[in-house]
Design a protein around this ligand. Sequence first.
Ligand code: 3PG
Ligand code: MG
Length: 349
Amino acid sequence: MRSPRSVETADVKGKRVLVRADLNVPLKVGEVADDTRIRAALPTLQWLLDHGASEVVVASHLGRPKTADDRERLSIAPVADRLRSLLPDGRIRLLENTRFDPGETSNESGFARELAEGMDFYVNDAFGSAHRAHCSTEGVAHLLPAYAGLLMLEELEHLGRLLGEVEHPFVIVAGGAKVDDKLAVLENLGGRADRVLIGGKMAEQLREHNQLSFPVELPVDVIAASAFAEDAEARVVTVDAVPAGWFGLDIGPATAEAFGAILRGARTIFWNGPMGVFEWSRFAAGTRAVAEAVAAADAYSVVGGGDSVRAIQELGLADRVSWVSTGGGASLELLEGRDLPGVAAIPEG
Ligand code: 3PG
Ligand code: MG
């Protein structure tokens, strides 16, 4: 795989550096609800400070602002506060949400020129946004000497490993709701895996019609609920016995056991997407069983995608897997075998 040149090869002493980070973090009533992505951006910022950069201007989008109300709700201010408390240094300045400028997503050159103005270098560390060809992720790379940040490089290395020679058994476990986003990844990666385990909503779709060119393993039982609600009446049923109008909100115990056993014997694992509605504790057991098995396996294990990452973090198991990706869509597109525009715009190292 193509590897972009590293920020570590840039002489930034006395220079002004524009850093694109992916600080698109979840917010809860105007506060940062999870600062994983902010923390993940720190090593590159620290590196620039340690190597004498005179000014470090950080740019990120936050959410998908559309209306005037969104401009208030999606101000980057709470992120700036958190960044300041994690890395207090007067040389760092965070720009307002890049998507407040309409030129950002259309990759219109005026906004790219504005971002580049007065800067000496551009460092893209926003792996999570590298699948977007926007001004701050792509356009500006053509206006300044461009480099990849440390997080970007680490993500590319870990995810890239899954695309090369891997140790077998290679097991993929996929779930979650955004089924169509994930089919292409499964198609590209799944043929090279020994087992492909499917849970969540994806299982329902593939049971009706397996669009993939290889067999997948689907749940044999589910936790069926009378409504899509946290307190709904629920019971364990075999997949062919879900009452009409009920919802499968988690994989059942027999499936969790079978998936767990397969995962524990794996040597390479990629996990994307929860097995059920794990935010509701009564439907979290399947996702928990998968997370525990991924953590217990003596395997090279990679977890990607917002929800499975959140699950593994909430369970306190993140340090027992090989790599937890900060990228959702970006990690999927990379594993689909596609070029990420934010990476392609950086000269090779
Ligand atoms: C993400 O959270 O997936 C990235 O920050 C990209 O955000 P986007 O999907 O709104 O482009
Ligand atoms: Mg996304």
